[in-house]
Design a protein around this ligand. Structure first.
Ligand code: NAD
Length: 701
């Protein structure tokens, strides 16, 4: 048929097999191969047709490398039309994951069977898209409108058994041999006189949908969509499925798909998808770099971070030993982990047995001498350089040669920590984010002497524990926290200039941030920044960047934990509320500093919050702290709640245009002073050349 699709008759069944590694994506060759095979099968001795795949999965989706290129024949709808209109029964036989266009292909077949471990799903929404090959029309016809909306707006895969309950799969197969089981199922269907069941022939009964259902669903979804438009368009498509004939519904789907595929949001989300994969690759590291075997991990410090990090390893079956200063601290640390797991059990997201299994993998000690058998030690003790150096000297003495010694420090110099050992090549930063068992980002910090295989090991391990990794070289705050400085500073200065906390946070949240900067401060605790400022005696802290925050802490308003910070918090619901006392404090501080307050526009808030991220990001790139602009985006998307529909700060900068960003930064420099705004040379250069960060990355790759 083609080199990636074969066809043969097995007994009385024509078997079409796709073999296009790694995931049998619907490339032009695959589409053409399937189409040719279905056409050939119409006139041969076969009585039914099975469509299946070789390798690790059924068709796992469209070939997204073809996005944005001129369409190539045959189109997917043409292939699906041939399957659906076949004069012989067509049965999709699914293993692995039938996702996106892959599942839509299966939906165009007359019957679907799957092995128990198979999953099906329509994840397009995660790329800011909708299933554009009939998925929004066929799923509601089979599973009903509500189930279809839940499935397509969330985009998560569904296990075979559940898909069978929903009617999306007709038969869950048994046995290890997919082809044999699928052929037998096809023969059973033939024997029972099964009809050519075309999903397009099903009509949804309008009476089955409550009046106002779609509007209510729209409102509910908008709350969690954070400004993304794909969910809304999916609802429109499903509404069309419920109210229009199939071909008209398909037209609506095509039109809205085209709108989304060319939208800046989807471009941003596709960028994020590729950036995440790219970030895991370390430039210049030989492909065959061997990795070290990590069978047991020690976590030093069982506080906020240590506990979460321990859970990450226990969750994937790696034994962990937690080291604390005394039995009491150890008990407290282990107790918090147990409590966290039991909350998950209570919510029904984990079984008691699973919790016991994970807890059994976590042990505790106060004795460093027992760490001789660990392959990796991760230090998460107090953020104090002397304590860290002492801990690393002890680890150096206790751990076997070849063990990796990692630090979770947020700000300390990894090179300095490495020098506290006799094996700086084995020392690396593993910067987790709080809560460490939840947040996806892991910044891997490369010290001057960190060995290649240590980096490769940590990158691979990060993936194993479900993290998205990005590499940073050593600087104060690494990529993420270093960039945050200007963002936090501007949030504070905006208050002095006349914006209220509610205005600042609302503008950031409308932009798409999970939470505005001042609300984040309240959540984390304003005392953290306060203590950090006190500890950092090497720099002069301008009162304009912290005077309100400092006053709040001194008033006992540490944030959510004390019921008040920039806002007041409802004791029961934790809902935030503007507080006139804070507004008065802000006015008073502005007066003390001689700042004349004024109305601040939403646009100014957005530019002043996000342009510092871009500017610092440009410095980070020129200094070689980050490998690529996309890595910076990954850090912000997974560690700081930056909206995926904007692709990350550097992608956002390219969309806005670097000239505009540069000009605005110059304008702010002229009004606020060069202490706060100094355009990065790289930004200036690219702005003047009319280039983007993406172009710069390609040229300097
Ligand atoms: P924490 O105060 O909650 O916990 C620190 C723990 O370390 C305490 O339980 C303490 O008893 C223990 N400890 C102190 N000295 C020790 C020693 N010599 N041996 C063994 N245990 C010792 O602190 P945290 O918030 O978990 O932060 C830990 C590290 O993680 C810091 O370096 C911090 O900068 C970094 N970090 C924190 C966050 C965050 O949001 N909290 C995020 C990323 C990184």
């Amino acid at each position: 048929m083609t080199s990636v699709v074969s066809y043969e008759i097995v007994s009385n069944v024509g078997v079409i097999k796709v073999n296009s590694p790694p995931v049998n994506a619907l490339s032009q060759a695959v589409r053409e191969g399937i189409l040719n095979a279905v056409q050939a099968a119409q006139n041969d001795a076969s009585e039914a047709i099975v469509l299946m795949c070789e390798g690790r999965t059924f068709i796992a989706g469209a070939d997204i490398t073809e996005f944005g290129k001129p369409p190539m024949e045959p189109s997917l709808p043409a292939v699906l039309g041939a399957l659906e209109n076949s004069s012989k029964l067509v049965i999709a036989a699914i293993h692995g994951t039938a996702l996106g266009g892959g599942f839509e292909t299966a939906l165009a077949c007359h019957y679907r069977c799957a092995i128990p471990s198979a999953k099906v799903g329509l994840p397009e929404v995660k790329l800011g898209l909708l299933p554009g090959a009939g998925g929004t029309q066929r799923v509601p016809r089979i599973a009903g409108v509500k189930a279809a909306l839940d499935m397509i707006t969330a985009g998560d895969p569904i296990a075979a058994a559940k898909a069978c309950d929903m009617g999306l799969i007709d038969e869950v197969l048994t046995g290890d041999d997919l082809q044999a089981a699928a052929v037998a199922y096809a023969q059973d269907l033939l024997e029972s006189g099964a009809l050519l069941k075309r999903v397009r022939d099903i009509t949804i009964d309008p009476a089955s949908i409550e009046p106002g259902f779609f509007d209510a669903y729209r409102k509910q979804v908008a709350k969690r969509a954070r400004g993304q438009i794909a969910q809304d368009r999916i609802i429109s498509c499903v509404e069309a499925a419920a109210t229009l004939p199939m071909d008209e519904g398909l037209e609506v789907e095509r039109k809205l798909f085209t709108e989304l595929v060319t939208s800046p949001q989807s471009k941003a989300m596709r960028h994020a998808f590729f950036a995440e994969r790219e970030a895991a690759k370390i430039k210049g590291l030989p492909k065959d770099t061997t990795v070290r075997d990590i069978k047991k991990v020690a976590i030093i410090g069982g506080g906020t971070m240590g506990g979460g990090i321990a859970m990450c390893f226990a969750n994937v079956g790696i034994p962990v030993v937690m080291v604390e200063i005394n039995d009491e601290a150890l008990e407290r640390g282990l107790g918090i982990i147990r409590k966290n797991y039991s909350i998950t059990v209570k919510k029904g997201r984990m079984t008691e047995a699973d919790m016991d299994k994970r807890m059994a993998l976590i042990s505790g000690t106060t004795d460093y001498a027992t760490l001789g058998d660990v392959d990796l030690a991760i230090e998460a003790v107090f953020e104090n350089p002397d304590i860290k150096k002492e801990v690393f000297a002890k680890l150096d003495a206790a751990c076997k040669p070849g063990a990796i010694l990692a630090t979770n420090t947020s700000y300390q110099d990894v090179n300095m920590i490495a020098e506290a050992t006799k094996r700086p090549q084995d020392v690396v930063g593993m910067h987790f984010f709080s809560p460490a068992n939840v947040m996806k980002l892991l910044e891997v910090v490369r010290g001057e002497k960190t060995a290649d295989d240590v980096l490769a090991t940590v990158m691979q391990l990060g993936k194993k524990i479900g993290k998205v990794c990005a590499l940073s070289r050593v600087c104060y705050g690494f990529i993420g926290n270093r960039m945050l400085t200007g963002y936090g500073r501007q949030a504070h200065m905006l208050l002095l200039d006349g914006a209220t906390p509610t205005q600042v946070d609302a503008a950031a949240e409308k932009f798409g941030m999970a939470m505005g900067p001042l609300a984040v401060g309240d959540l984390a605790g304003l005392d953290i920044g306060y203590k950090a400022r006190q500890a950092r005696t090497d720099v002069v802290h301008d009162p304009r960047t912290h005077c309100i925050a400092t006053a709040l802490v001194e008033m006992g308003r540490m944030g959510q934990k004390t019921g008040a910070g920039y806002y007041k918090y409802d004791a029961a619901t934790r809902a935030r509320q503007a507080d006139p006392e804070v507004e008065a404090l802000i006015k008073q501080k502005a007066e003390e500093l001689g700042i004349k307050q004024r109305e601040i526009s939403e646009e100014e808030i957005v530019d002043r919050l996000f342009f510092p991220l871009i500017n610092e990001g440009a410095l980070i790139l020129e200094e070689g702290i980050a490998q690529r602009p996309g890595d910076i985006d990954v850090v912000y998307l997974y560690g700081y709640g930056f909206p995926v529909a904007k692709g990350g700060p550097m992608f956002y900068a390219d969309q806005v245009g670097l000239k505009k960003v540069y000009d605005r930064i110059c304008e702010f420099r002229d009004t606020q002073g060069a202490d706060f705004w100094q355009p990065a040379p790289l930004l200036e250069k690219l702005a003047k050349e009319g280039k983007t960060f993406a172009e710069w990355a390609r040229e300097s790759a």
